[in-house]
Design a protein around this ligand. Structure first.
Ligand code: FEO
Length: 178
């Protein structure tokens, strides 16, 4: 391969590959939650999780492209199996919110590493994720709060289910262009 100017350093490459694993794990976790919601007849909740799965795969591809564009190499590794059952919709969404908080910390740690290594390109690349994580935490926590307010069963639950059925995945233009 032609040598890329401003080629990625080995430790950054490793950390970004680790994040690819974390993003695919996120997709796996949310697909598992979608399957759980299907199993308890909440198709709206399942739809929301399916869309979230697609978002996570989109995040994965952003890291994939960044590593390649910087002359690095993508290495895929074993994906941990996600949990398959939760006690209630509330427990599942609380787990999703907690997971997003963990991902936010991972992104912040990556920014710290990029700054320490003087990798401005990776730092700028990561800024999109810093903003995205605000939304990721807010959207999962929003459902947690609504489930607490309206109840984790009965009419309140079915109203939230109808609302979550509306969520759609919008492919970002950055991924539709060559
Ligand atoms: Fe890829 Fe939900 O963060």
């Amino acid at each position: 391969m032609e040598k890329v100017i401003n080629m990625i350093k080995e430790n950054i490459e490793k950390a970004l590959n680790n994040q690819i694993n974390a993003e695919i794990y996120s997709a796996y976790l949310y697909l598992s939650m979608a399957a759980y919601f299907h199993s308890i007849n909440l198709p709206g909740f399942a739809n929301w999780m399916r869309v979230q799965t697609q978002e996570e795969l989109m995040h994965t591809m952003k890291f994939y492209d960044h590593i390649n564009e910087r002359g690095g190499r993508v290495y895929l590794s074993t994906i941990e199996g996600p949990p398959t059952e939760w006690k209630s919709p509330l427990e599942a969404f609380e787990a999703a919110y907690k997971h997003e908080q963990k991902v936010t910390k991972m992104i912040n740690d990556l920014v710290d590493l990029a700054l320490k290594e003087g990798d401005h390109a990776t730092n700028i690349f990561l800024q999109w994720f810093v903003t995205e994580q605000i939304e990721e935490e807010a959207s999962t926590n929003d459902v947690v709060q609504r489930l607490k307010l309206m109840g984790d069963m009965g009419n309140g639950l079915f109203m939230i289910d109808r609302e979550l059925a509306q969520r759609q995945f919008n492919l970002p233009t950055v991924l539709t262009q060559e």
